[in-house]
Design a protein around this ligand. Structure first.
Ligand SMILES: Cc1cc2nc3c(=O)[nH]c(=O)nc-3n(C[C@H](O)[C@H](O)[C@H](O)COP(=O)(O)OP(=O)(O)OC[C@H]3O[C@@H](n4cnc5c(N)ncnc54)[C@H](O)[C@@H]3O)c2cc1C
Length: 156
């Protein structure tokens, strides 16, 4: 006799984790998934490019969630320290420090105390623009609205 009987709707990460934990607790679990595959928004396309899996959904483990790290370890998955912004790292405006506390403190301290390290990063050219986008947007809006009010005055 199971401890309980549960229907889980949706076989995404949340539904699968719930089904797993309920199953471990001795419950009888049925998972109902609307699609013809499990995974929800985690979806790896295996056949699109030969020998290169293409991720159409989640692929990054943000931070150090023990629950996710446990699953990755149990599945023998190799996690790598990467960034979604490789252009910044290439340009020298960003640096990958990972999630190790000591490394974060060491890297931040170096930037705060070493004028050379600070200048190297501060003077690197950002591939994401010069930080003045909002100023330009404000100028463009001002120009547009001023032009409109001039037109309105002209035809009033
Ligand atoms: C392009 C993209 C990139 C992402 N990248 C990252 C990332 O790098 N790192 C990260 O942590 N997160 C990322 N995310 C977010 C992450 O994918 C989601 O937070 C996570 O997968 C959500 O899981 P879930 O189980 O809550 O929901 P879902 O994955 O949405 O699963 C819900 C499931 O329920 C099913 N369902 C819904 N309604 C019904 C119904 N009535 N009956 C039966 N089945 C139903 C759906 O078909 C689906 O399979 C990304 C998301 C996207 C879209």
């Amino acid at each position: 006799m199971p401890a309980c009987s549960v229907i889980v709707i949706g076989a995404g990460a949340a539904g699968l984790a719930a089904a797993r934990d309920l199953g471990r607790a001795g419950c009888e679990v049925v998972v109902i998934e609307a699609r013809n595959r499990i995974g929800g928004r985690v979806f790896t396309l295996a056949e699109a490019v030969p020998s290169v899996p293409v991720e159409l959904g989640a692929e990054f483990v943000h931070g150090k969630s023990p629950a996710l790290l446990d699953i990755a370890t149990a599945a023998n998955l190799k996690l790598r320290e990467v960034t979604e912004r490789p252009e910044g790292v290439e340009a020298g405006t960003a640096v990958i420090v990972g999630t190790d506390r000591d490394k974060i403190v060491r890297t931040a301290s170096e930037l705060l105390t070493s004028p050379v390290a600070y200048a190297r990063m501060a003077n690197a050219v950002s591939p994401y623009g010069d930080g003045r986008a909002s100023e330009r947007i404000a100028d463009a809006l001002r120009e547009r609205f001023e032009a409109r009010s001039t037109r309105q005055r002209r035809y009033a």
